[in-house]
Write a protein that binds this ligand. Sequence first.
Ligand code: PLP
Length: 425
Amino acid sequence: QTTVAPLSSLSPAELEAFLASQRTAYTDLQNRGLKLDLTRGKPSAEQLDLCNELLSLPKGHKDASGTDVRNYGGLSGLPELRAMFADLLWVEPEQVIAGGNSSLTMMHDCLVQLLLHGGPDSPRPWSQEETVKFVCPVPGYDRHFTMLASYGIEMVPVAMHEDGPDMAAVRELVKDPSVKGIWVVPTYANPSGAVCSQEVASELASMETAAPDFRIFWDNAYAFHHLTEDEAKSADIITLASGSGHPNRPLMFASTSKITFAGAGVAFFAASKANVDWYLGHQQFASIGPDKVNQLRHIQFFGSADGVREHMARHRAILAPKFAAVDDALTSALSGRDVATWSKPSGGYFVNLDVLDGTASRVVELAKGAGIALTPAGASYPHGNDPDDRNIRLAPSFPVLDEVETAMAGVATCVLLAAAEKLSG
Ligand code: PLP
């Protein structure tokens, strides 16, 4: 049995031999002519097939209250679907809006309305402030950051810990009145898998902020996306915030994009009654109502909130082995080498891989050269800039299990080769 020593402890001669062996392993990898993709957190075809019944729904065209879903109207969405997701999201039905197919669109709508008009408690529209800044826990979701960048909003990174954003840093930053908001993916965060604790949520809800209209963009995209029996319960940010005198601070988002069809699900917005009225007050100029046919189809497909929970167990059965394969491949190739750490998420869609500082871009480049597409290094940071060039987001949901195993063994080879190159200077 060969001993596995940290790469940094090898003598120059040992390191040279190791580098040579990894170059050979990499050439072998290239010769396999792979074409694999671990870039985006999309559901696999097998997961989408779980919902094929949706394609022959709805049965009939009226909801429980007799509304003809084929027609215009009903800006807040069908009441039964709002009630179902209110139950799942721990809010009151009148605090939930069931919208179109994308929660990202709802986040964007909120941001744009805040810029153009301000919120219920804004002294002026955000666009009339000299500077608008957002606290951005990193690593985070690339599209949150690109959305802010597109409006010239300054992003201030803070560390995302296992229990949520680094609150010591957040507490300091919100003393600046130009800091207007923070992104939080509270449950199984993209990409770290972190779950925001009750304590962190409660502090976010209650902390003093210099901006009177500070907003928590609480993006609960993975609220029900458990990978283990140990199901994380999202903190109830809306009750926490109203209990501490800041009812309008949180804006909650969720969707069925990774529950039913990623491109044809239903998105939800939940917040205080004042924020819901604010949102609808602006939305009325943009829409005569959402796609209620799709909403009715979802009501019939799920049946109840428990129907959603049961459905998520079927996703878990498909996804959990893929996440296990990622961990197995990384553990067997990298443990003891001291060149990488990675998350072992209990839910969500991603594994966060931190490699030796200064080698993430090289790992992604090597993987590409061997036919394995990885998310660009740094993508999980504002402006794509990971100052340590360390972070890589792995998305194992889309490829079939075999491909995940093959791709991850290849990624591990690239991690070792890049580390050996770096250490041998
Ligand atoms: N929020 C997070 C954290 C995500 O990871 C994603 C998709 O990857 C989305 C939102 C997109 O949501 P939707 O499909 O509802 O627009």
